[in-house]
Design a binder for this molecule. Sequence first.
Ligand code: ZN
Length: 99
Amino acid sequence: MAGPSSAGFPRMIRGSVVVQRRRCGKAQCRCADGESLHEATVLSYSEAGRNRTVMLPDEQIGPVRAAVERYRTAQAALEAKGNAGLAVLLTRAAARRSR
Ligand SMILES: [Zn+2]
């Protein structure tokens, strides 16, 4: 059943799911050669004009991707409605000018 991490999981999330590859900084680590880097899947988002990331545990990657996708779909639909409204307004303005 749904555990605490999945209870009330948000339906929409703003941001992008990205895989970060980086060194951890430990001199003896396998990543020190700059090739065997650590990979972490994070949600990248902007807040107050700054880019930030939050680590995603494996079990959240799928749900977060889906929520990001729902947000983008809703955002695109909203933008389309706004553009349609703008087009109507501009058409009416043009009709007034040509009268
Ligand atoms: Zn390392």
